[in-house]
Design a protein around this ligand. Structure first.
Ligand code: UVW
Length: 347
């Protein structure tokens, strides 16, 4: 089989975990790392780190993403909520409810898979920039949409679409469990918007005496979802755009730290982990989502957003701790690019 790529992006991990790897840094969640996470469990207390999935409310945070719509499935043409099975057979005593949902998979507490953000890159070294994703998986071959966007005219694509590689099912099968470390940016920067670069992050790690080891999952508490929850499903986008810390995706030293720290994943309670729009850049061609491109496309570090971290952070502070066991598999939904998640922290 022809290799998918001859050149890899500078500073990427492509190929380091195998030619056909689809897990990236999640490979660092080894049995030792799971045991390291389990050794952080001393009290047997668990925290749910998910928002109710009908938050943020409306579609102002991201106009592509609408709140979930629940509806009953149909039983012989009738809505199956409180459906008396006696309608089918008078001897039946059961009452049946069964439902379905239309859900933007990244509407609320979520994981981004590596199929979420790719880039134009000359993978074959022939001067042609192709649309590729982590480890050289290709647009229209592995990540297939209903339309092939081409400079010389779009082409409709027949047949099933979705992520034939890099989908969330790979992350689900990995189970995503291990040692995680909470870094509390709200404690240091408050609830006003603050763009956190390398120097800021190093000061926080130093002040709070936090050690992050390769294979740890980095969990960032900013307080964003605390403000969001108070808006009661009617988010005020102007307020939210001024709320809470975001990582500065244009800070190359911060991106380099993500590379060298060996973190397996980055999870945050804010909207996109990084500040959007990203700061202006003097480069002509540059990513609009620089931290997404660095993590999802180059390194294979999955990103998670809109987590609920309040009770966990309060408990960890009260007990002088920052590490815990995190269990956070996405849906085992073949072909999906993102996934809701109900992460569980255990201390
Ligand atoms: C975007 O499209 C901005 O995605 P995410 O939810 O990963 O920030």
């Amino acid at each position: 089989m022809a290799k998918r790529w001859k050149r890899r992006p500078e500073g990427s991990t492509w190929g380091d975990f195998g030619e056909d790897d689809q897990l990236g840094r999640l490979n660092l969640l080894t049995p030792e790392k799971v045991k390291a996470g389990i050794s952080e469990v001393r009290e047997g207390l668990s925290f749910c780190l998910s928002l109710p999935l009908d938050y943020p409310g409306g579609a102002v945070l991201n106009p592509r993403r609408h709140p979930p719509r629940l509806s009953p499935t149909l039983q012989d043409g009738c809505p199956c909520l409180n459906f008396p099975l006696a309608r089918l057979d008078a001897r039946n005593t059961d009452v049946l409810s069964d439902d379905q949902v239309t859900l933007a998979l990244q509407y609320s507490t979520q994981w981004d898979s590596f199929a979420h953000v790719g880039a134009f890159f000359d993978v074959m070294g022939n001067g042609v920039k192709e649309k590729v994703y982590y480890n050289g998986y290709r647009a229209n071959e592995h990540i297939v949409g209903p339309r092939d966007y081409r400079a010389d005219g779009d082409v409709q694509v027949e047949g099933p679409h979705g992520a034939r590689a890099l989908g969330v099912e790979n992350m689900a099968r990995k189970a995503i469990q291990g040692r995680a470390v909470l870094v509390d940016l709200k404690k240091h920067f408050g609830l006003s918007r603050h763009s956190v670069g390398y120097d800021d992050l190093m000061r926080v790690l130093d002040a709070d005496r936090i050690d992050i080891a390769p294979g740890d999952m980095l969990v960032l508490r900013t307080g964003f979802t605390e403000v969001l929850m108070q808006m009661n499903r009617q988010p005020d986008i102007d307020v939210l755009n001024r709320t809470a810390a975001v990582l500065d995706g244009r800070d190359d030293r911060l991106l380099q730290w993500i590379t060298s720290s060996g973190v397996a994943a980055i999870c945050a309670d804010n909207y996109a982990v990084e500040g959007l729009p990203a700061a202006e850049s003097t480069l002509g061609q540059r990513p609009a989502l620089p931290l997404h491109q660095h993590c999802l496309f180059k390194l294979g570090v999955p990103l998670a957003e809109l987590w609920w971290l309040t009770e966990l952070a309060d408990w960890l502070h009260a007990h002088g701790r920052s590490a815990f066991l995190l269990t956070a598999p996405p849906l085992n939904l073949p072909g999906a690019v993102g996934s809701p998640v109900t992460p569980v922290a255990t201390v």
